[in-house]
Design a protein around this ligand. Structure first.
Ligand code: ARG
Length: 460
């Protein structure tokens, strides 16, 4: 069934139909399509454009279709011949309730209808993704609370740099994912205006109450330009950018977990339930899930670039090119939702080898800066202190020991300023504890930040 057969004398070529149809994918938002139609007919009746009887029949019919689809009594088949979900719902309604069904589309175009459906769908998904990021944040907060005194090396250039704690390292990701949530909310707020009533492009001649439908559908108000309403896909681009950023953050974290899980690092051990084996090498336990999440970021970035490219040359207002927004956006949303759920599960089941982390921080001279600061405190200029500690490090490398294990007389050989208290000054505990400015890894500073994070999550 077509919504537009009147001015045509020939049937559509089958290949054209197949190429043009969107039912195979836009059926994903049948719920939103029906919700939008119900609001539309309520408004039509309120404005006296539709009788109350027709309104009631249509709403009953639409609710029946929704229920039947939800419960599997009605299925959406591409072979039905319907072009898209809008035609499917309208056609099925008319089959079921007759004449009244044909009045549903009064004062509406598929252009404002699809703009509405996509917004409703996206809005629901934003809320779901936000919830998934929140779950991840709760998991990260748990790891942080338990590890404010788990020492580990902090890296720059993937070379051991200065000692930090696991709580501090994980806290960096807490910050990233918190910003991701803010981005999602920001997009939601900006997109939350209702395009319904914009018609094909130039509004309609019916006395629609657009504010009323906007309110019924939980929007902050109607959009203010009907051309833009049917042609705007900015919010999808913004969403795809936000999803790309989430994917990038997940990918960076996965990369670290993959490194930490190697035989060489052994900082973490992935749970068996989140690892996979090799068909040939019996000893293998591979971090496939972390790798897949890292890999899937490419797909999400792809959607963003595709969408930007699709939109770049389009004249106002609606163009069919925009139908391409759906598969891209759906795929990116589903991919990110899957990645978030799997990542949270992987992190919550993973174990941290605190002893290995601490030993690694010790063996990597991460306290060398603190040894230099020790000298500075005793009056040595920093540049000289830097040189002295450099020589000490060289000595330790030759001996294959840590700064903590070098005897005092050997310290004194290089600088007589060193005293017994150097060991205390460069101990991992002191090095970290002394870093107590806001945002630093010192356990006290970290605990204060954790309290702020906790409150943030609770206060929502
Ligand atoms: N499937 C179409 C889309 O996704 C629906 C809008 C069709 N409008 C039109 N003028 N052909 O964009």
């Amino acid at each position: 069934m077509k919504l537009w057969g009147g001015r045509f004398t020939k049937e559509t070529n089958q290949l054209v139909h197949n190429f043009n149809e969107s039912l195979s994918f836009d059926q994903k938002f049948y719920r939103q399509d029906i919700r939008g139609s119900i609001a539309h007919v309520k408004m039509l009746a309120k404005q006296g454009i539709l009788s109350e009887q027709d309104r009631d029949d249509i709403i009953k019919g639409l609710e029946g279709i929704l229920q039947d689809l939800d419960e599997g009594r009605l299925t959406i088949s591409v072979d039905s011949g319907y072009e898209d979900i809008h035609s499917f719902v309208e056609g099925t309604l008319t089959e079921r309730i007759g004449e009244a069904g044909k009045r549903l589309h009064t004062g509406r175009s598929r252009n404002d209808q699809v703009a509405l459906d996509m917004k409703l769908y996206t809005r629901d998904e934003i809320d779901e993704i936000d919830g998934l990021v929140k779950e991840l944040l709760c998991e990260l907060l748990k790891v942080m609370e338990e590890n404010t005194e788990t020492f580990m090396p902090g890296f720059t250039h993937l070379q051991k740099a200065q000692p930090i704690t696991l709580a501090h390292h994980v806290g960096a990701y807490f910050e990233m994912f918190t910003r991701d949530r803010l981005r999602l909310r920001d997009i939601r707020r900006r997109m939350n205006y209702c395009p319904l009533g914009s018609g094909a492009l130039a509004g309609t001649t019916y006395p629609l109450d657009r504010a009323y439908t906007a309110e019924l559908l939980d929007f902050d108000g109607p959009t203010l330009n009907s051309m833009d309403s049917v042609a705007d896909r900015d919010y999808l681009i913004e969403l795809l950018a936000a999803l790309s950023t989430i994917s990038m953050h997940l990918s960076r974290f996965c990369e670290e977990i993959i490194i930490w899980n190697t035989n060489e690092y052994r900082f973490v051990e992935l749970d068996d339930s989140y690892s996979t084996g090799s068909s040939i090498m019996p000893q293998k336990k591979n971090p496939d899930i972390a790798e897949l999440i890292r890999g899937k970021s490419g797909r999400v970035y792809g959607a963003l670039v595709s969408m930007l490219t699709t939109m770049k040359g389009l004249p106002l207002a609606y163009n069919k090119d925009m139908q391409e927004d759906k598969e891209l956006t759906f795929d990116a949303i589903d991919t990110v939702k899957g990645c978030l759920a799997l990542f949270t599960g992987m992190v919550s089941s993973m174990s941290f080898r605190k002893d290995v982390m601490e030993a690694s921080a010790k063996n990597g001279f991460t306290n060398a800066t603190d040894a230099a600061d020790y000298l500075v405190n005793k009056g040595v200029p920093f540049r000289d202190a830097h040189g002295i500690v450099g020589q000490l490090v060289l000595k330790c490398i030759e001996k294959g020991i840590a700064l903590d294990d070098l005897p005092l007389d050997e310290y004194k050989e290089i600088s007589p300023v060193f005293e017994e208290d150097v060991y205390e000054a460069i101990s991992m505990k002191t090095c970290v504890e002394k870093r107590m400015t806001v945002g630093a890894p010192g356990p006290e500073a970290m605990k204060r930040v954790i309290e702020i994070y906790k409150r943030q999550l609770e206060e929502e």
